[in-house]
Write a protein that binds this ligand. Structure first.
Ligand code: FES
Ligand code: FES
Length: 169
């Protein structure tokens, strides 16, 4: 068995530490060692988007990252983002328009959307929304509700709220 490596990083605003085998996936590491159960795992091949987290602010598929690669970095998961007013508004909008059915895909989509709204303007067209959703599979095929929710989430104050660091808010 390969030797374990010590890892220290920031997780949803808290400095944490653990040990992982060199080939352990970040998605498994976060779920099993830090109980981030709302970080879902689907394909484990980088296709479905369910396992999306933010690493140093960038939306990344955690099943494509090794746990040892996050040493010294800052991670945000859906669990941490849920303290953001912008994310709460977004989730309410998605639920209201029927964009959540089983909810398995929702954390990954909301995490990616949070990063997109933090860095850019509100989505202005169906095509722009579909481009974001292109990398996220919803087995319940609730795409239309998601598209409508994301489009309706275009108010400037809602976008601005996504730019507030949820850890600091
Ligand atoms: Fe990571 Fe599907 S589980 S992209
Ligand atoms: Fe069920 Fe998307 S709501 S997978």
């Amino acid at each position: 068995m390969p030797p374990m490596r010590a890892i220290s990083f920031e997780l949803d605003g808290q400095v944490v530490a653990g040990e992982a085998e060199p080939r352990r996936l970040l998605s498994d590491f976060l779920r099993e060692e830090f109980h981030t159960s709302r970080l879902h795992v689907g394909c484990e091949q980088g296709v479905c988007g369910a396992c999306t987290v933010l690493i140093d602010g960038d939306a990344v598929r955690s099943c494509l990252v090794l746990a040892v690669e996050v040493e010294g970095r800052s991670l945000q998961t859906f669990r941490g983002l849920c303290s953001s007013e912008g994310v709460q508004l977004l989730i309410a909008s998605v639920i209201e328009r029927g964009g959540v059915q089983c909810g398995y895909c929702t954390p990954g989509i909301v995490t990616a959307l949070h990063a997109a709204l933090r860095d850019g303007p509100a989505f202005g067209s169906v095509d722009e929304v579909r481009e974001l959703l292109d990398g996220h599979l919803c087995r319940c095929t609730g795409y239309e509700g998601l598209v409508q929710a994301i489009l309706s989430f275009g108010a400037e104050e809602a976008v601005a709220s996504c730019r507030v660091d949820p850890v600091a808010s």
